[in-house]
Design a protein around this ligand. Structure first.
Ligand SMILES: Nc1c(C(=O)O)ncn1[C@@H]1O[C@H](COP(=O)(O)O)[C@@H](O)[C@H]1O
Length: 157
């Protein structure tokens, strides 16, 4: 059953957002990926956000660039946790994306990761799901252990 919704404002975001998909696949988390835009497909956005919970989605990862209203608008229409990924823009290097996602008014949160931080967005989703999934929790601990080992074993040339 699909647990995570990975949505993005444009097909052009996929280059960045595919890292979230790959990470979810590594952990065996079922996800769906969709293009949904607050600006270009506002009705679809409302439908997606309002039906996600009843469809069994537990976390939404939303990536967008520039005037990145998508994550905040989704968050306004669901009580599911929404993780926002500011996608690096050409004009302002993603600072516009970051600020428009992170500066939410109190009461409607978007958990915002770094510019192009799609991998970390997936890891946030995994850690949320792991709260009630023992196997996933063990896999996450194992991931962290292996990551630490890799750093400790790395020798500078
Ligand atoms: N920020 C948004 C939204 C939204 O927030 O609803 N919809 C599309 N976009 C963004 O526009 C950028 C350029 O899109 P195009 O490459 O399609 O012109 C993308 O990074 C997308 O996320």
């Amino acid at each position: 059953m699909v647990k995570v919704g990975v949505i993005m404002g444009s097909v052009s975001d996929w280059e960045v957002m595919s890292a979230a998909a790959e990470t979810l696949e590594t952990f065996g988390v079922a996800y769906e990926k969709r293009i949904v835009s607050a600006h270009r497909t506002p009705d679809l956005l409302a439908e997606y956000a309002k039906t996600a919970k009843s469809r069994g989605i537990e976390v939404i990862i939303a990536g967008a660039g520039g005037a990145a209203h998508l994550p905040g608008m989704v968050a306004s229409m669901t009580t599911l946790p929404v993780v926002g990924v500011p996608v690096k823009s050409k004009a302002l290097n993603g600072l516009d994306s970051l600020l428009s996602i992170v500066q939410m008014p109190a009461g409607v949160p978007v958990a915002t990761v770094a510019i192009n931080g799609a991998k970390n967005a997936a890891l946030v989703a995994v850690s949320i799901l792991a709260l009630h999934d023992e196997a996933l929790a063990l896999a996450l601990e194992d991931f962290r252990r292996r990551q630490t080992e890799t750093v400790l074993m790395t020798e500078l040339q």
